[in-house]
Design a protein around this ligand. Structure first.
Ligand code: PLP
Length: 401
């Protein structure tokens, strides 16, 4: 029988998508499902974005575009990142891709040879592991449990970088935990990074506009400008602008890395489509009222989620200050049984499966993110569904014994 390449034995479909698909199937079968599973922002971009796309359609050039990204898009991105203190970059430092996931994939492929080590904190965004596994990189996980607010400490980073990994991958604000590193925390981690010049740093900061409580967004390059020679900043339109399906992601970093991503693009995607590019420019440069309003809305939803979770005995949830996720430790439920259904809960997967079965609430098991004591709640559902969904989770806990 004809075989697939060996790397396909390491490739697996996204665990998050699998939960979302199951929730969709149950809904289609007539069940009343509230989905806290998939990490979509659940809003649409402003009218000016659609107007720009329609205009581009009317003026379609019929040509291929730039492998790196159009000049207009790169200029808009450069202005955008200046607002978070990333100044002095030029178009040669930037590249685009079909979403941040694609950009991260390209960068990992450009930086990691088979057997090279990539290190990152747990809990992690699932695709980091999936991408590293496809590339046959060694993964060095840095456990950051709820007891340390799911945050990496300078001592942990120091020990990890002393082993000279090729890549340190960082994510701030975090999916799945919603944690946001303070300025002091970023400064301390940047001091450690500065000690180890042999490691590339990818900082996946696609939620940088979704930060609450005046914590602010900070990054390693703000903290130590000399790190720009090896720090690669990742951004995306998906979450900030309500455009996940438009598929636009970015990087800013060393020219050699931006060129590598551009070369990779030339060998698979060629370019981001012209109409999408026009919409992306409009999103980045036009009125920012939609993303700003959504950030305020998400902060309010975060408060609702925290109020519901802290009322459940034994559940611990470090308070998220950004993105749109909460990541409660629900291990208090392990070893119990859901009395009305008789479903036994041995672990996070049992928990999520029983919760979906019994109460029609879909969450993603924490083991998908490397933390099997927790589950992820993505709270961007329509506002009228949030309170009932949270009430069902509370009921579910009350019915365990
Ligand atoms: N990075 C993180 C931390 C994410 O949560 C996601 C999407 O969920 C991505 C990257 C991918 O974003 P994009 O839609 O731009 O591919």
């Amino acid at each position: 029988m004809l075989q697939l390449a060996r790397r396909m034995s390491r490739a697996k479909p996204s665990a998050i998508m699998m939960v979302a698909e199951k929730a969709k199937r149950l809904k289609a079968a007539g069940r009343d499902i509230i989905s806290f599973s998939i990490g979509v922002p659940n809003f649409l971009p402003g009218d000016h974005v659609y107007a720009a796309a329609r205009d581009a359609l009317a003026k379609d050039s019929g040509q291929y575009g730039s492998n790196r990204g159009s000049d207009a898009l790169l200029d808009a991105f450069l202005k955008h990142i200046e607002q978070v203190g990333l100044t002095g970059y030029t178009k040669a430092n930037c590249a685009t891709g079909i979403g941040a996931k694609h950009v991260i994939y390209n960068i990992c492929e450009a930086l990691l040879d088979e057997g090279d080590t990539i290190t990152f904190p747990t809990p992690y965004w699932t695709s980091y592991v999936d991408i590293a596994e496809i590339l046959d990189a060694k993964i060095d996980l840095l456990p950051c449990p709820a007891e340390q607010d799911y945050k990496l400490t300078p001592a942990q980073l120091d020990a990890a970088l002393a082993k000279k990994p090729r890549v340190f991958l960082f994510n701030n604000p975090s999916n799945p935990t919603g944690m946001v590193y303070t300025k002091a925390e970023i400064d301390a981690l940047a001091d450690v990074v500065a000690k180890y010049p042999d490691t590339w740093v990818i900082t996946d900061d696609i939620y940088n506009r979704m930060v609450f409580d005046d914590v602010g967004y900070h990054n390693f390059v703000n903290a130590r400008p000399e790190l720009r020679d090896r720090v690669i900043f990742i951004d995306s339109l998906s979450k900030t602008y309500g455009m996940p399906g438009w598929r636009v992601g970015f990087m800013a970093g060393p020219e050699v890395v931006a060129q590598a991503v551009t070369t990779m693009n030339s060998n698979h995607i060629t370019n981001i489509p012209e109409i999408v590019t026009a919409a992306a420019v409009a999103a980045l440069s036009g009125p920012q009222d939609v993303p700003s309003a959504k950030c305020v809305e998400f902060q309010g939803k975060r408060d609702q989620v925290m109020a519901a979770l802290t009322a459940i005995p034994g559940v611990v949830c470090p308070k998220p200050h950004g993105a749109f996720y909460a990541f409660p430790d629900i291990s208090v439920a392990f070893g119990k049984t859901h009395q009305p259904t008789g479903l036994a809960i041995g672990n996070d997967i049992d928990f999520c499966s029983a919760l979906l079965e019994a109460k029609g609430v879909a969450c993603v098991p924490g083991s998908a993110f490397g933390e099997p004591r927790a589950l992820r709640i993505s709270y961007t559902c329509p506002t009228p569904q949030l309170a009932p969904g949270l009430a069902r989770i509370q009921e579910f806990f009350a019915e365990l014994a």
